[in-house]
Each structure stands twice: as structure tokens, then as C-alpha cells.
Design a protein around this ligand. Structure first.
Ligand code: TRP
Length: 335
């Protein structure tokens, strides 16, 4: 059977936190070990430019995210791991797709519409602060996906519309120029829980409630101790299902550990004790990769080499495909 091609991109505008790890990175690395799948994971640094205008930060984030995936054991022989900006074929395909994309389709994008609505509510010009990068973001994303004819694209719920747009653009292009593109599908993993942050809301950079994935031990412990709890005393039975600390614990624990912890809640375990056990659990999982992460961060040249090797392999696919697409649209040798 033909392997399923699975592809996803990570925008390089932040520092990885536990929510990214549980919700995206860990399941992606697990998928990369399955023989039934061919996986493509890339650093979406062109996407980062849409919202992040600090060059140092884009660069630093790219390094941190690359080091993270490598430290966590992504097998770059099996999986194609590359940096979007190392593939000139991506912006080239973006243009071909831009010309096959209805402007009206982009007008309907949630992110764009939200920005317009915010401006209008504030009595400002509708397009204030909205770049063409923001407006055309879904076309760039479609190019990422269609370049490798990915079947499945694991993403967060907020990205589902972008996948619909990628399908729409692909279908139009196919209709005009012949069957070149697979129509990709979004995959939303219902099993991976969204991890709560220190304030109990979804862990997210925009809420400022994250716990860094690579905090050194002491800081990790401190951050975990700050997770919000209620004022119940030791000895009082507690409800695990309304406690963010339990949700975080559950995301890292085995089935048996979860059952034991639920029992401990019923028996009135103290919040401080839950947090101590949570710290130990997370730290046990991350201690070894943390050492690899630190070693990689101290050796960016090695990361650069990995990414260059990945880009070379990716271009082995993208190069011939973009040539075929150029032919298809009429950009051909003369004579
Ligand atoms: N837009 C995605 C996000 O913000 C990142 C991304 C860029 C992506 N290109 C992609 C995800 C292609 C999947 C496929 O999460």
C-alpha cells in the first residue's frame, strides 16, 4: 500500500512549552516511527514573519524548535525535517497558487476577518496594520502542503479552515492545469488533551500561562508549584476533573499512575504533594532529552547541518515537482 504522507509545520516565533510538547511534538515524533507513514516536519519561518518582526527572535526560535525536535529523538533519516526558507520552491509554488486562488476565498479567512472586525470596532480603517502577508498566509500554507502532496496534516482546530482553503486552491489548480495535487485533509487528534496552563486556561503563549519545555529543574519545579489550585486543605477529598494540576499530570502519566492519582485525590492528598509528584513525573521524562537539548543549543552548527541535509532531501522532491508545474502553467523553455 502507498504510504500516507503526513506533513506539518511549526511557526518559529516562540519558545517551546509543555503544551506544544504534549499536543503536537510528542505525537508527531511517535507518528514518525510508524512504517505506514512518511512524515514531513518543517520549521515555518516564512510564516513567522507575518506576526513576528523581531529578527533575533525569529532566528532564536528557529534554533530552539529545531533543537527541540532533535533532542526529543526525531529520526531525521526516516522523517524529512527541514526549514521552509531553505526551499526556494516554496515561494515559487506560492505564486503559482496565488494566481489560482480567488481573492474572495481569502476575504473569508477567520484570522483576517477578526483583524478587520477589531479595526472596525475601534473605529479605525478596516485594513489598519494588516499586511499582505497576513492576508495571503493561507496560500503560503497551501504551498507547504501541496508541494509534497501530503494526504494528512495534523493541526490545531484553529487551522482547519486553512486546510479547507488548501483543498480549494488545489482543486482549482487541478481543474485548470490537470491533476497535479492531492487534496489534503486536516487531522485533529481528539485523544491528545489540550494542556491547561498555570492559570487553568489552555496553555498558550497568548495567555502568558505557559511552562517552558526546557526549564532547568529548579525553575520547572517552581513553575509547577505556581499552577492554580483551590483552597482545599490536606485531608479533604478533591475532584481531579476540575483541577488543572490533574489534567497536566494525566497528560504525562501511565494509565496506572492516573488511577493511583485519582485515588490519592479521593483520599485527600495535599496540593503541594500533587505538584511534587507532577514535577517528578515530568522531570523524569524530560531530564535526558534536556541534556541533549542543551548540547545541541551549544552546537548550532550541528543543527544547521541537519537542516541543510533535510532541505537537500526535500528539494529532491520539490525540485522536479516544481519543474513539472512550471511546464503545466506554460513556463517552459523556448525553442
Ligand atoms: N499555520 C500553522 C500554525 O500556525 C503552521 C504551518 C505553516 C503549517 N505551514 C503549515 C501547519 C503547513 C501545517 C501545514 O500552526
Amino acid at each position: 500500500m502507498e504510504k500516507q504522507r503526513v506533513l506539518t509545520g511549526i511557526t518559529t516565533s516562540g519558545t517551546p512549552h509543555l503544551g506544544n510538547y504534549v499536543g503536537a511534538i510528542k505525537p508527531a515524533i511517535e507518528s514518525s516511527r510508524l512504517d505506514s507513514m512518511e512524515t514531513f516536519y518543517f520549521l515555518a519561518d516564512y510564516h513567522a514573519l507575518v506576526k513576528c518582526h523581531e529578527p533575533e527572535r525569529v532566528n532564536r526560535s528557529t534554533l530552539e524548535i529545531a533543537a527541540t525536535w532533535l533532542a526529543l529523538g526525531l529520526d531525521t533519516e526516516r522523517s524529512l525535517f527541514y526549514r521552509q526558507s531553505d526551499l526556494p520552491e516554496i515561494p515559487e509554488l506560492t505564486w503559482l497558487l496565488t494566481c489560482a486562488c480567488a481573492k474572495g476565498l481569502m476575504n473569508r479567512a477567520h484570522a483576517y476577518k477578526a483583524a478587520v472586525a477589531e479595526n472596525e470596532a475601534a473605529g479605525e480603517d478596516a485594513d489598519l496594520g494588516i499586511s499582505m502577508g497576513l492576508f495571503c498566509y493561507p496560500v503560503l500554507m497551501a504551498a507547504d502542503i501541496l508541494m509534497f502532496n501530503a494526504h494528512k496534516v495534523p493541526v490545531g482546530r484553529d487551522q482547519v479552515q486553512h486546510l479547507e482553503m488548501a483543498r480549494d486552491i488545489a482543486a482549482r489548480f487541478n481543474h485548470r492545469y490537470g491533476e497535479h495535487f492531492v487534496l489534503p485533509e486536516a487531522v485533529i487528534d481528539e485523544h491528545v488533551a489540550t494542556l491547561p496552563g498555570t492559570d487553568g486556561r489552555k496553555m498558550s503563549k497568548s495567555y502568558d500561562n505557559t511552562i517552558g519545555l526546557w526549564l532547568p529543574e529548579k525553575k520547572l519545579r517552581k513553575a509547577i508549584m505556581r499552577i492554580k489550585t483551590n483552597s482545599q486543605e490536606p485531608g479533604e477529598p478533591k475532584d481531579p476533573d476540575s483541577a488543572p494540576v490533574y489534567s497536566v499530570y494525566a497528560a504525562f502519566a501511565t494509565r496506572q499512575q492516573r488511577a493511583d492519582m485519582r485515588k490519592a485525590f479521593a483520599d485527600g492528598i495535599a496540593w503541594g504533594e500533587v505538584k511534587q509528584q507532577l514535577f517528578e513525573l515530568i522531570n523524569a521524562e524530560l531530564a535526558e532529552p534536556r541534556q541533549r537539548y542543551e548540547a545541541l543549543m551549544a552546537n548550532p552548527a550541528e543543527i544547521q547541518r541537519e537542516l541543510e541535509a533535510g532541505a537537500e532531501r526535500a528539494r529532491g522532491i520539490a525540485g522536479p515537482f516544481i519543474e513539472r508545474l512550471r511546464q503545466a502553467v506554460g513556463i517552459r523553455r523556448l525553442g
